[in-house]
Design a protein around this ligand. Structure first.
Ligand code: SF4
Ligand code: SF4
Length: 265
């Protein structure tokens, strides 16, 4: 099911605190402290993208579907308030007693600061076998079709493994949006260029965590440097049974799921 058909809920908007205007190829700033084991650098070293390689882990059992990550991402990255536009979203999977599956995008919580989830279930409770939540975002693929199809090389991979869009180069042709098998991109209605998750690149080059990771109240999202043995993500991959979305497509995602049900696509 297309993401656009899933996004039903109204999303509250709070004006951006730190707004990402453009992610260009400029050299990143000096790093600050490293709160999330995301770096091989010593504090004070100049940030060297070639010494890092970033990914994310998501633990399905920990996600409570509160939607705080969606809210934090919108605030941090100047994502339009309408539910259709998302850099990250959360799907609720409902397995019914007759083994059919219903997938719905969760509605933004009533009070994002209190983490209250709103029930948007369209399935009758008596029919439910089990439910779970699956947060989704750009998989920062190692073999990204979005990069391959871009006719002006506006979409590119950084040395530290993040797929970015050069907003100065992007001509808004939507080829990358069509090519992404995960529905992770959209055309920004104001800038008219392609937009998607950047792992909050402007934050991670300063040693900060992506906004969605920082705000998650259950630590369902784990961010880290795959080149650092001390990284939380490396431990997460070692300790858990890991799966990625649509592995048969050979996109080689760097968003790793623990506890992913076979029903998830
Ligand atoms: Fe590109 Fe989509 Fe892969 Fe992200 S998930 S790197 S947008 S193909
Ligand atoms: Fe949004 Fe940053 Fe999370 Fe990506 S990593 S979904 S940009 S908050």
């Amino acid at each position: 099911m297309e993401r656009r058909t899933l996004l039903k809920g109204a999303i509250l908007f709070i004006p951006a605190g730190g707004v990402l205007r453009s992610v260009a190829r400029a050299a990143p700033a000096e790093p600050a402290d490293k709160p999330g084991d995301t770096s091989n650098d010593k504090p004070g070293d100049k940030y060297d993208p070639a010494s890092h390689y970033y990914g994310m882990g998501i633990e399905i059992e920990k996600c409570i579907g509160c939607g705080l990550c969606i809210q934090a991402c919108k605030e941090e990255n100047d994502v339009p308030r309408e539910p259709f536009f998302c850099r990250t979203w959360v799907e609720r999977y409902t397995i019914k007693k007759d083994d059919t599956v219903v997938v719905e995008s969760i509605e933004q919580n009533r009070n994002p600061r209190k983490g209250e989830a709103r029930s948007t279930h369209t399935v009758n409770e008596a029919e439910i076998q089990r439910t779970f939540f699956v947060p989704k975002l750009c998989n920062q693929c190692e073999n990204p079709p979005c990069v391959q199809v871009c006719p002006v090389a506006a979409t590119y991979t950084t040395p530290d493994g993040v797929i970015l869009v050069d907003t100065e180069r992007c001509i808004g042709c939507r080829y990358c949006i069509q090519a992404c098998p995960y529905g992770a991109r959209y055309l920004h209605p104001r800038t008219r260029v392609a937009d998607k998750c950047t792992f909050c690149y402007h934050r991670i080059v300063q040693g900060l965590l992506p906004a969605c990771v920082e705000i998650c109240p259950t630590q369902a999202r784990v961010f880290g440097d795959l080149r650092s043995k001390a990284s939380q993500l490396v431990r997460f991959r070692r300790m858990k049974q890991i799966a990625v979305l649509k592995p048969h497509l050979n996109t080689q995602p760097k968003v790793y799921y623990a506890g992913l049900d076979g029903e998830v696509r």
